[in-house]
Write a protein of this length. Structure first.
Length: 431
């Protein structure tokens, strides 16, 4: 997590100040519940809320001695609150505070990421509709296949990010649990009613069964979904990077006035944003594996997961947030070269209509193997000798025997390939 690839809206969630404020809320809500159930004297929670003050430097100084962050935090609060502070943390363990706080931070970050996805979906929908009928080349293996529209290309990403939004909604729900169950999760020294109270206050649900920690399969799912979203973003970024290659140049990132592409070559307009998105996606995916590793802990708890989560929690969410916002900007400002799309399609003189010719021949009674052979032989002349595909087909004896000039010409109609675009759009963008 570095400032270059961060937005304050997410980094603030992971600040020390925010973390300790959440810890304090957990402790105060727990104290309110304990007062309600006559476990501690009345008035403790109110006094703690009134007198406590978060002092990050003081907590850090105490931790240098205690080597324990939660104890350091509680000690710093006690210095401000006075004798009533002894009633804080009754029957609780550090993980009750740490895990519940971590889930709140993930929940808050997840909600921002959901908003990021909404903005990206809006941008994709707008550009897809704008280019619904913009003809371009569909490719497989990087080679010309058959015509599609640029709107259809963008619609595939829209549908994919719709799925990603559902995945993230599920992951946020999965991570929104609270554990206030004490050492090894038995509630031996604290009533489950406290957990119920705190959960409600924090908009979480009680963890059905915890050990001394909230089970890490929940977190593994969360980070896995972030990895999938990053991969989807990279798929779109990679498409744009390919389309921006000089030999293709069907679409490119917006190049602003005063922008420089290269320190050495003044002519350069490089796809720096989508390359950056590709790199950041690799980082987000790299956090999935340690999250999986964290599922396996010793007995009721160890802290091998702790150092991992202190890194991947902020880094994964902050990086993905930045990545998605950058991608949305790329989509909104993408420059589309319609003329180049048609020019590239026509580069190989009608080859992209080969399947239609072959199928029409089979419908006229020609064996598929023979139809394939005759169409392919004429196609290879186009590849090797740059000859016009339609002209070669129109001169072929077998084809002339089965297809009229009019029938052959109809097979080279682009509208044939776009006739179901409205149907596809109605499925993707249904209300």
């Amino acid at each position: 997590m570095i400032p270059r690839y961060s937005r304050d809206i997410v980094t603030s969630i992971w600040s020390q100040e925010t973390k300790y404020k959440i810890w304090l809320d957990i402790e105060i809500y727990a104290a309110e519940a304990m007062e309600k159930y006559k476990i501690i004297p009345k008035g403790v929670a109110a006094k703690v809320r009134k007198k406590s003050k978060i002092n990050v430097k003081r907590i850090d100084d105490i931790e240098k001695i205690t080597k324990h962050d939660v104890i350091a935090f509680l000690t710093s609060i006690a210095e401000k609150v006075g004798p009533e502070a002894k009633f804080l943390h009754q029957g609780m363990t550090s993980s009750d505070v740490l895990d519940t706080c971590f889930n709140i931070q993930l929940q808050r970050s997840g909600k921002i990421l959901l908003d990021d996805l909404d903005q990206l979906l809006k941008a994709l929908k707008k550009r897809a509709i704008q280019h619904k009928k913009t003809i371009c080349m569909g490719r497989s293996h990087g080679i010309h296949a058959e015509p599609v529209t640029f709107g259809l290309k963008l619609a595939t990403y829209y549908e994919e990010f719709k799925r990603n939004k559902k995945r993230l909604e599920s992951a946020v729900k999965e991570i929104s649990t609270c554990a206030i169950s004490g050492a090894v999760g038995t509630f031996a020294h604290i009533t489950p009613k406290v957990e119920q109270y705190v959960s409600k206050k924090l908009n979480l649900i009680p963890e059905p069964i915890s050990t001394q920690i909230i089970p890490r399969d929940r977190h593994a799912q969360f980070f896995s979904v972030l990895g999938i979203i990053a991969s989807s973003a990279e798929r779109l970024a990679t498409e744009i990077r390919h389309l921006q290659r000089t030999e293709v140049l069907e679409a490119e990132e917006y190049f602003s006035s005063g922008q420089k592409g290269s320190s050495a070559m003044p002519h350069k307009r490089n796809p720096v944003l989508t390359e950056n998105i590709t790199g950041l996606a690799r980082m987000v995916r790299s956090y999935v594996f340690p999250a999986m590793e964290n599922i396996v802990l010793w007995h009721e708890r160890d802290i091998s997961h702790s150092s991992v989560e202190r890194n991947i929690g902020p880094d994964a969410t902050v990086t993905l947030d930045f990545l998605l916002n950058r991608l949305t900007g790329v989509v909104k400002n993408l420059v589309v070269h319609k003329g180049n799309m048609l020019s590239n399609m026509n580069k190989f003189k009608g080859l992209v209509f080969s399947q239609g010719v072959m199928l029409k021949l089979t419908q006229k009674g020609v064996k598929r193997e023979n139809a394939y052979k005759v169409v392919q032989s004429n196609a290879m002349k186009t590849w090797d000798k740059k000859e016009d595909f339609y002209t070669n087909l129109s001169k072929d004896k077998l084809i002339k025997k089965h297809l009229t000039t009019k029938e052959l010409g109809q097979l080279f109609d682009l509208n044939y390939h776009t006739k179901n675009v409205n149907h596809i759009f109605s499925r993707v963008f249904k209300k």
